[in-house]
Write a protein that binds this ligand. Structure first.
Ligand SMILES: *[C@@H]1O[C@H](CO)[C@@H](O)[C@H](O)[C@H]1NC(C)=O
Ligand SMILES: *[C@@H]1O[C@H](CO)[C@@H](O)[C@H](O)[C@H]1NC(C)=O
Ligand SMILES: *[C@@H]1O[C@H](CO)[C@@H](O)[C@H](O)[C@H]1NC(C)=O
Length: 189
């Protein structure tokens, strides 16, 4: 009982003093299919320092990404990191690519704002569409853990961007693999 209340106190203390830290570690990016839409083999995850990895390199969009495509995003978690992923109920429902750019880009584009030539939605919400075919570069893009809701458990995560043609067929899947780490420092004295 006493032990229990000590550990509760420690936990509260740790929370209050910000000693519980969350880190998101990008591990790899994988493209499945869609070789006639995207060439992503020039993208690499690089170790930047002990705790941070960055996305670096170039990719080519081989067709204009316009309203004839739909995009959806889904997530899956592997608690043990053994590549057995279970779908997780956190997703962005399927939207037309132009609508996706208008609605989703503004929430995330600060990630690539100063480290890529991927276009941005302007402050007054004016979206570009299509995303033109061409050559794009990304230099040392880091992810900010603050986009991960606080209730999301630690573990290995896969975020999949699914690209569908208007006929409904899935034409390309772009998968990002992350490790979400919750670091808890206990005061020793
Ligand atoms: C990312 O690429 C840039 C440009 O090629 C290079 O200067 C930088 O060192 C790379 N970052 C890492 C972490 O390898
Ligand atoms: C690693 O680099 C990131 C991004 O610049 C920085 O926020 C973090 O504090 C660095 N971590 C260490 C251990 O140096
Ligand atoms: C990008 O650079 C601009 C101009 O230097 C700066 O105002 C802005 O805060 C930067 N954005 C991010 C996300 O770092």
């Amino acid at each position: 009982m006493i032990l229990q209340s000590i550990s509760v106190t420690l936990l509260v203390l740790a929370t209050a003093t910000g000693l519980i830290k969350r880190e998101i570690r990008l591990e790899r990016v994988e493209q499945i299919g869609g070789e006639n839409l995207l060439a992503s083999s020039g993208l690499r995850v690089r170790k930047y320092n002990r705790t941070t990895a960055t996305l670096n390199g170039t990719f080519s969009l081989l067709k204009d990404l316009d309203g004839t495509f739909d995009i959806s995003v889904k997530t899956a978690r592997s608690a043990l990191g053994n590549n057995q992923f279970n779908e997780y109920p956190m997703k962005i429902p399927r939207k037309n690519a132009c609508q996706f750019i208008r609605d989703v880009w503004p929430e995330f584009q600060h990630w690539w704002q100063n480290c890529s030539n991927i276009p941005l939605v302007t402050k007054d919400g004016e979206a570009f569409c299509p995303m033109l075919k061409g050559h794009y570069w990304i230099r040392d893009l880091t992810m900010d853990v603050s986009f991960v809701p606080i209730c999301i458990p630690a573990g290995y995560w896969r975020i999949s961007w699914d690209f569908h043609e208007s006929t409904g067929d899935l034409v390309l899947q772009l998968r990002f693999f992350f490790h979400l780490v919750i670091v808890q420092t206990i005061l020793e004295n």
